[in-house]
Design a protein around this ligand. Structure first.
Ligand SMILES: [Zn+2]
Length: 288
């Protein structure tokens, strides 16, 4: 009884006891799952290197009281092998895994679009057709859109006016002159056009962009993502939590080492006003 099978991407691993590991996997149907891999740190392990981060696997698990037990693993595609030899792509891939882990705090809550986005992002990184930084920014913008946090890029995030100039992270994206809060940055129009292209998957435009606009785009996207992630994590403190069924786990990405427990942070807001380009229903944005 209680066996299930799914495919997923390994997000991270943690040591458990002398020879075991807890493997965090974002699966296609089940959502994020943490499973115990017994004996995986022994050289004779039957799992071999299949349970390393980045690996797209087919796995079978046995439902446990708190953690499920991984009983079988087959490799679908070992993205890590291709990434590890290319530092910019490897760091971009690591940032993708971290972001997915942060955006899907709830375990066993299906996150199909996020899963498809991750697989598409890793495949695009490995294929190497586009600069790693562009792929990562496209992935960040798309992940934010899937989580309900797409930045407004074509109309004022506050009033919907079309004449926009500044970018204000806390306001939710571009803002008009009247709504512009102090401290809003004024990026180049080409930078906003690049963000729109990355959100839409318009690779010809993105690939033709100038380095200075890519740099400005990366800075804005990273700050916008960070703001939403911190906001989300911070909001956990105001939520009454269920008694934990297991000891709080260490989260390498929790601020100040504060343990993160389920239940999940749910994006509380709907799409911001002046949503900008509607994200395509097909999450395979990485196909040009
Ligand atoms: Zn406005």
């Amino acid at each position: 009884m209680s066996l299930y099978r799914d495919e997923g991407v390994v997000l991270r691993t943690q040591k458990l006891g002398e020879a075991d590991r807890i493997i965090t996997v974002l699966t296609k149907r089940t959502g994020k799952v943490r499973g115990v891999a017994k004996g995986v740190r022994k050289t004779t392990s039957r799992f071999g290197a299949r349970l390393e981060p980045f690996t797209h696997i087919d796995l079978q698990l046995h439902v446990g009281r708190s953690l499920d037990m991984i009983t079988q693993v087959e490799t679908i595609r070992p993205y890590g092998e291709a990434l590890v030899s290319d530092y910019p792509r490897y760091t971009a891939g690591t940032a993708m895994l971290e972001t997915v882990d942060r955006l899907t705090l709830g375990e066993k809550e299906p996150a199909l679009r996020q899963f498809l986005l991750l697989v598409g992002g890793l495949r695009t990184l490995v294929e190497g057709e586009h600069e790693a930084r562009l792929v990562l920014d496209a992935f960040f913008l798309r992940s934010l859109a899937v989580a309900g946090y797409a930045p407004a890029l074509s109309e004022c995030a506050r009033c919907g006016a079309e004449a926009v100039r500044a970018f204000a992270i806390a306001a939710g994206g571009v803002v008009c002159g009247a709504c512009r809060p102090t401290g809003a940055t004024v990026p180049a129009a080409e930078t906003i056009a690049l963000m729109i292209a990355l959100l839409r998957g318009d690779w010809p435009l993105a690939d033709a962009s100038e380095p200075r606009h890519r740099t400005e785009c990366s800075g804005l996207v990273a700050a916008y993502l960070q703001w939403h992630l911190e906001h989300g994590i911070r909001s956990l403190r105001h939520v009454e939590r269920e008694p934990a069924r297991e000891p709080a786990r260490e989260s390498p990405w929790a601020p100040s080492g504060e343990p993160v427990r389920g239940p999940a942070w749910e994006p509380a807001r709907g799409p911001v006003r002046g949503f900008g380009p509607e994200p395509a229903q097909d999450p395979h944005i990485f196909r040009a």
